[in-house]
Design a protein around this ligand. Structure first.
Ligand SMILES: [Zn+2]
Ligand SMILES: [Zn+2]
Length: 307
Protein backbone atom coordinates (compact mmCIF):
# COMPACT_ATOMS: atom_id res chain seq x y z
CA UNK A 1 0.00 0.00 0.00
CA UNK A 2 1.01 3.63 -0.37
CA UNK A 3 1.53 4.52 3.31
CA UNK A 4 4.96 2.98 3.59
CA UNK A 5 6.20 4.12 0.17
CA UNK A 6 7.98 7.38 -0.48
CA UNK A 7 6.86 9.66 -3.33
CA UNK A 8 10.05 8.70 -5.19
CA UNK A 9 9.14 4.99 -4.85
CA UNK A 10 5.65 5.69 -6.17
CA UNK A 11 6.97 7.52 -9.25
CA UNK A 12 9.76 4.99 -9.81
CA UNK A 13 7.02 2.41 -10.40
CA UNK A 14 6.16 4.30 -13.60
CA UNK A 15 9.71 4.46 -14.99
CA UNK A 16 8.89 1.59 -17.31
CA UNK A 17 7.24 1.72 -20.73
CA UNK A 18 5.24 -1.48 -20.19
CA UNK A 19 3.67 -0.19 -16.97
CA UNK A 20 2.69 3.11 -18.58
CA UNK A 21 1.21 1.06 -21.45
CA UNK A 22 -0.74 -1.04 -18.92
CA UNK A 23 -2.32 2.07 -17.35
CA UNK A 24 -3.10 3.47 -20.79
CA UNK A 25 -4.62 0.15 -21.89
CA UNK A 26 -6.81 -0.01 -18.77
CA UNK A 27 -8.11 3.52 -19.41
CA UNK A 28 -8.69 2.92 -23.15
CA UNK A 29 -10.39 -0.45 -22.64
CA UNK A 30 -12.58 0.90 -19.82
CA UNK A 31 -13.54 3.81 -22.06
CA UNK A 32 -14.55 1.41 -24.83
CA UNK A 33 -16.46 -0.90 -22.49
CA UNK A 34 -18.35 1.55 -20.33
CA UNK A 35 -21.99 2.17 -21.11
CA UNK A 36 -23.90 5.08 -19.64
CA UNK A 37 -23.95 4.90 -15.85
CA UNK A 38 -22.22 1.54 -15.65
CA UNK A 39 -19.28 2.80 -13.55
CA UNK A 40 -15.66 1.80 -14.01
CA UNK A 41 -15.37 -1.76 -15.28
CA UNK A 42 -12.78 -4.17 -13.92
CA UNK A 43 -10.56 -5.66 -16.60
CA UNK A 44 -9.57 -9.30 -16.58
CA UNK A 45 -5.90 -10.22 -16.85
CA UNK A 46 -6.51 -11.60 -20.37
CA UNK A 47 -8.10 -8.33 -21.55
CA UNK A 48 -5.05 -6.34 -20.46
CA UNK A 49 -2.71 -8.96 -21.95
CA UNK A 50 -4.43 -8.53 -25.35
CA UNK A 51 -3.80 -4.78 -25.34
CA UNK A 52 -0.24 -4.53 -24.05
CA UNK A 53 2.93 -5.41 -25.93
CA UNK A 54 4.58 -7.65 -23.32
CA UNK A 55 6.68 -10.81 -23.83
CA UNK A 56 4.66 -13.27 -21.77
CA UNK A 57 2.03 -13.62 -19.06
CA UNK A 58 4.51 -13.87 -16.20
CA UNK A 59 6.05 -10.48 -17.19
CA UNK A 60 2.59 -8.91 -17.26
CA UNK A 61 1.74 -10.54 -13.97
CA UNK A 62 4.88 -9.01 -12.44
CA UNK A 63 4.08 -5.50 -13.73
CA UNK A 64 0.44 -5.72 -12.60
CA UNK A 65 1.66 -6.77 -9.16
CA UNK A 66 3.92 -3.72 -8.98
CA UNK A 67 1.16 -1.31 -10.07
CA UNK A 68 -1.53 -2.77 -7.81
CA UNK A 69 -2.00 -0.92 -4.54
CA UNK A 70 -0.82 2.40 -5.97
CA UNK A 71 -2.10 2.87 -9.54
CA UNK A 72 -4.45 -0.11 -9.86
CA UNK A 73 -7.00 -1.79 -7.64
CA UNK A 74 -7.63 -5.50 -7.88
CA UNK A 75 -11.23 -6.60 -7.41
CA UNK A 76 -13.10 -9.89 -7.84
CA UNK A 77 -13.39 -9.42 -11.63
CA UNK A 78 -10.00 -7.89 -12.37
CA UNK A 79 -8.19 -4.58 -12.38
CA UNK A 80 -9.33 -0.97 -12.33
CA UNK A 81 -7.63 2.38 -11.81
CA UNK A 82 -7.04 3.72 -8.30
CA UNK A 83 -7.36 7.44 -7.49
CA UNK A 84 -3.65 7.95 -8.25
CA UNK A 85 -4.00 5.80 -11.39
CA UNK A 86 -6.90 7.94 -12.60
CA UNK A 87 -4.99 11.18 -12.06
CA UNK A 88 -1.79 9.98 -13.66
CA UNK A 89 -3.33 8.21 -16.67
CA UNK A 90 -5.52 11.21 -17.56
CA UNK A 91 -2.39 13.36 -17.28
CA UNK A 92 -0.51 10.96 -19.60
CA UNK A 93 -3.34 10.62 -22.14
CA UNK A 94 -3.92 14.39 -22.36
CA UNK A 95 -0.15 14.93 -22.70
CA UNK A 96 -0.38 17.73 -20.18
CA UNK A 97 3.28 17.21 -19.35
CA UNK A 98 4.13 18.99 -22.62
CA UNK A 99 4.50 22.74 -23.13
CA UNK A 100 1.27 24.46 -24.26
CA UNK A 101 1.36 25.60 -27.89
CA UNK A 102 1.98 29.27 -28.40
CA UNK A 103 -1.08 31.45 -28.67
CA UNK A 104 -1.84 35.10 -29.40
CA UNK A 105 -1.53 37.95 -29.04
CA UNK A 106 -5.27 38.48 -29.50
CA UNK A 107 -7.23 41.45 -28.23
CA UNK A 108 -9.74 40.73 -25.45
CA UNK A 109 -12.55 42.71 -23.83
CA UNK A 110 -11.98 44.16 -20.40
CA UNK A 111 -10.17 46.95 -18.67
CA UNK A 112 -6.77 47.47 -17.09
CA UNK A 113 -7.14 47.69 -13.31
CA UNK A 114 -4.07 49.93 -13.06
CA UNK A 115 -4.64 52.64 -15.69
CA UNK A 116 -8.20 52.01 -16.87
CA UNK A 117 -7.00 51.29 -20.42
CA UNK A 118 -9.25 49.16 -22.61
CA UNK A 119 -6.70 47.82 -25.09
CA UNK A 120 -5.94 44.42 -23.62
CA UNK A 121 -4.02 41.63 -25.30
CA UNK A 122 -3.92 37.94 -24.41
CA UNK A 123 -1.07 35.60 -25.22
CA UNK A 124 0.56 32.47 -23.87
CA UNK A 125 3.45 32.97 -21.50
CA UNK A 126 4.91 29.64 -20.34
CA UNK A 127 2.01 27.73 -18.73
CA UNK A 128 -0.17 30.83 -18.38
CA UNK A 129 -2.50 32.82 -20.52
CA UNK A 130 -1.35 36.30 -19.77
CA UNK A 131 -3.36 39.44 -20.41
CA UNK A 132 -1.41 42.68 -20.72
CA UNK A 133 -2.48 46.29 -20.98
CA UNK A 134 -1.00 47.77 -24.16
CA UNK A 135 -1.25 51.30 -22.69
CA UNK A 136 0.69 50.93 -19.41
CA UNK A 137 2.31 47.59 -20.33
CA UNK A 138 1.37 46.03 -16.99
CA UNK A 139 0.18 42.45 -16.66
CA UNK A 140 -3.55 42.57 -15.97
CA UNK A 141 -3.93 38.86 -15.19
CA UNK A 142 -2.23 35.49 -15.61
CA UNK A 143 -4.39 32.38 -15.70
CA UNK A 144 -2.99 28.83 -15.78
CA UNK A 145 -3.63 26.88 -18.99
CA UNK A 146 -3.01 23.25 -19.88
CA UNK A 147 -1.56 22.00 -23.18
CA UNK A 148 -4.81 20.07 -23.89
CA UNK A 149 -6.83 23.21 -23.24
CA UNK A 150 -4.85 25.09 -25.92
CA UNK A 151 -4.63 22.14 -28.35
CA UNK A 152 -8.40 21.65 -28.59
CA UNK A 153 -9.41 25.31 -28.97
CA UNK A 154 -8.74 28.42 -30.96
CA UNK A 155 -8.59 32.06 -29.83
CA UNK A 156 -12.06 32.97 -28.66
CA UNK A 157 -13.03 29.58 -27.28
CA UNK A 158 -9.69 29.35 -25.46
CA UNK A 159 -10.33 32.68 -23.73
CA UNK A 160 -13.86 31.47 -22.88
CA UNK A 161 -12.46 28.28 -21.35
CA UNK A 162 -10.10 30.33 -19.20
CA UNK A 163 -12.98 32.44 -17.90
CA UNK A 164 -14.88 29.26 -17.11
CA UNK A 165 -11.95 27.68 -15.29
CA UNK A 166 -11.21 30.80 -13.24
CA UNK A 167 -14.90 31.19 -12.29
CA UNK A 168 -15.12 27.51 -11.29
CA UNK A 169 -11.93 27.77 -9.24
CA UNK A 170 -13.11 30.96 -7.56
CA UNK A 171 -16.44 29.31 -6.73
CA UNK A 172 -14.73 26.28 -5.17
CA UNK A 173 -12.28 28.38 -3.16
CA UNK A 174 -15.17 30.49 -1.88
CA UNK A 175 -16.84 27.30 -0.67
CA UNK A 176 -13.66 26.16 1.09
CA UNK A 177 -12.24 23.64 -1.35
CA UNK A 178 -8.85 23.62 -3.05
CA UNK A 179 -9.51 23.10 -6.80
CA UNK A 180 -6.21 21.24 -7.16
CA UNK A 181 -6.43 18.62 -4.42
CA UNK A 182 -9.79 18.98 -2.69
CA UNK A 183 -8.38 19.90 0.74
CA UNK A 184 -9.75 22.77 2.84
CA UNK A 185 -7.59 25.90 2.43
CA UNK A 186 -6.94 28.40 5.21
CA UNK A 187 -8.17 31.91 4.48
CA UNK A 188 -6.79 35.26 5.55
CA UNK A 189 -7.87 38.81 4.74
CA UNK A 190 -5.16 41.45 4.74
CA UNK A 191 -4.94 45.15 3.97
CA UNK A 192 -2.59 46.13 1.14
CA UNK A 193 -1.20 49.56 2.11
CA UNK A 194 0.82 50.34 -1.03
CA UNK A 195 -1.55 48.59 -3.42
CA UNK A 196 -1.31 49.54 -7.10
CA UNK A 197 -5.01 48.65 -7.27
CA UNK A 198 -7.74 51.27 -7.03
CA UNK A 199 -8.62 52.56 -3.52
CA UNK A 200 -12.08 51.04 -3.89
CA UNK A 201 -10.80 47.74 -2.50
CA UNK A 202 -7.70 47.83 -0.29
CA UNK A 203 -8.14 44.22 0.95
CA UNK A 204 -6.81 40.98 -0.43
CA UNK A 205 -8.03 37.49 0.40
CA UNK A 206 -5.33 34.83 0.46
CA UNK A 207 -6.48 31.21 0.44
CA UNK A 208 -3.64 28.81 1.12
CA UNK A 209 -3.91 25.06 0.73
CA UNK A 210 -1.60 23.60 3.38
CA UNK A 211 -1.82 20.17 1.69
CA UNK A 212 -0.65 20.95 -1.88
CA UNK A 213 0.68 24.47 -1.15
CA UNK A 214 -1.43 26.11 -3.85
CA UNK A 215 -2.17 29.74 -3.02
CA UNK A 216 -4.97 31.91 -4.40
CA UNK A 217 -5.12 35.68 -4.07
CA UNK A 218 -7.98 37.94 -4.93
CA UNK A 219 -9.27 41.39 -4.04
CA UNK A 220 -11.93 41.04 -1.32
CA UNK A 221 -14.61 42.33 -3.73
CA UNK A 222 -13.85 39.59 -6.27
CA UNK A 223 -13.95 36.88 -3.61
CA UNK A 224 -17.73 37.34 -3.22
CA UNK A 225 -18.64 37.75 -6.89
CA UNK A 226 -19.47 34.03 -7.13
CA UNK A 227 -21.63 34.03 -4.00
CA UNK A 228 -25.23 33.11 -4.95
CA UNK A 229 -26.48 36.55 -3.81
CA UNK A 230 -24.12 38.26 -6.28
CA UNK A 231 -24.75 35.74 -9.08
CA UNK A 232 -28.53 36.25 -8.73
CA UNK A 233 -28.25 40.05 -8.38
CA UNK A 234 -26.21 40.31 -11.57
CA UNK A 235 -28.26 37.68 -13.42
CA UNK A 236 -31.39 39.77 -12.76
CA UNK A 237 -29.58 42.64 -14.51
CA UNK A 238 -28.50 40.64 -17.55
CA UNK A 239 -24.96 39.85 -16.38
CA UNK A 240 -23.76 36.28 -15.98
CA UNK A 241 -20.77 36.72 -13.66
CA UNK A 242 -19.99 32.99 -13.88
CA UNK A 243 -19.08 33.49 -17.55
CA UNK A 244 -16.76 36.46 -16.93
CA UNK A 245 -13.01 36.57 -16.52
CA UNK A 246 -11.54 38.54 -13.62
CA UNK A 247 -10.16 41.15 -16.04
CA UNK A 248 -13.76 41.89 -17.03
CA UNK A 249 -14.47 42.88 -13.40
CA UNK A 250 -11.64 45.42 -13.28
CA UNK A 251 -13.79 48.16 -14.79
CA UNK A 252 -16.09 48.05 -11.77
CA UNK A 253 -13.21 48.27 -9.34
CA UNK A 254 -11.47 50.95 -11.37
CA UNK A 255 -14.62 53.07 -11.46
CA UNK A 256 -15.24 52.55 -7.74
CA UNK A 257 -18.55 50.72 -8.24
CA UNK A 258 -17.37 47.69 -6.31
CA UNK A 259 -16.00 48.59 -2.90
CA UNK A 260 -14.91 46.96 0.33
CA UNK A 261 -14.39 48.27 3.83
CA UNK A 262 -13.63 46.94 7.28
CA UNK A 263 -16.62 47.53 9.51
CA UNK A 264 -15.24 46.03 12.74
CA UNK A 265 -11.77 45.16 13.98
CA UNK A 266 -12.50 42.90 16.96
CA UNK A 267 -13.53 40.51 15.61
CA UNK A 268 -12.72 41.60 12.09
CA UNK A 269 -15.70 42.11 9.83
CA UNK A 270 -15.92 43.46 6.33
CA UNK A 271 -18.54 44.75 3.98
CA UNK A 272 -18.47 44.52 0.21
CA UNK A 273 -20.87 46.51 -1.95
CA UNK A 274 -21.35 45.54 -5.60
CA UNK A 275 -23.25 48.24 -7.47
CA UNK A 276 -25.01 47.93 -10.80
CA UNK A 277 -27.32 50.50 -12.34
CA UNK A 278 -29.23 52.15 -9.48
CA UNK A 279 -29.03 49.10 -7.25
CA UNK A 280 -26.49 47.24 -5.19
CA UNK A 281 -25.97 44.02 -3.33
CA UNK A 282 -24.26 44.35 0.06
CA UNK A 283 -22.43 41.39 1.58
CA UNK A 284 -21.14 41.15 5.16
CA UNK A 285 -18.05 38.99 5.66
CA UNK A 286 -16.29 37.61 8.74
CA UNK A 287 -12.52 37.49 9.26
CA UNK A 288 -12.20 34.43 7.00
CA UNK A 289 -14.03 36.17 4.13
CA UNK A 290 -17.06 33.95 4.70
CA UNK A 291 -20.27 35.72 3.75
CA UNK A 292 -22.47 35.95 6.86
CA UNK A 293 -25.22 38.21 5.51
CA UNK A 294 -26.47 39.77 2.30
CA UNK A 295 -29.00 42.37 1.31
CA UNK A 296 -30.04 44.19 -1.83
CA UNK A 297 -30.10 47.96 -1.81
CA UNK A 298 -32.22 50.11 -4.10
CA UNK A 299 -31.03 53.49 -5.32
CA UNK A 300 -27.41 53.00 -4.25
CA UNK A 301 -24.94 55.77 -4.96
CA UNK A 302 -21.87 55.31 -7.17
CA UNK A 303 -23.84 53.44 -9.76
CA UNK A 304 -22.16 51.29 -12.34
CA UNK A 305 -23.10 51.86 -15.95
CA UNK A 306 -21.54 49.28 -18.20
CA UNK A 307 -19.76 50.99 -21.08
ZN1 LIG B 1 -2.93 49.78 -18.04
ZN1 LIG C 1 -4.62 21.79 -2.47
Amino acid sequence: MTEDRSAADVFRLLADDTRVDVLRAVAVTQHELEGVGSGAAELAFSEIYDEVDVENTSKLSYHLGELTGVYLRKGDDGYSLSHAGERIVRFILSRNYEQPESFGPVSVEGRCVFCGGEALEAKRSHQFLRIDCTACEKQVTGQPITPAQVRTRDGESLVRSIKLRSAEDAGQIRRGMCPECGARPSVEVSAVPESPLPDADPYVVTSTCEECLREYNSPLTYSVVHHPASIAFHWDRGVDVTARGVWEFHERLYKGCWTSERTSSDPEEYEVVLRHGDDAVRLRLDSTATVVGTERVRGASGEFRPS
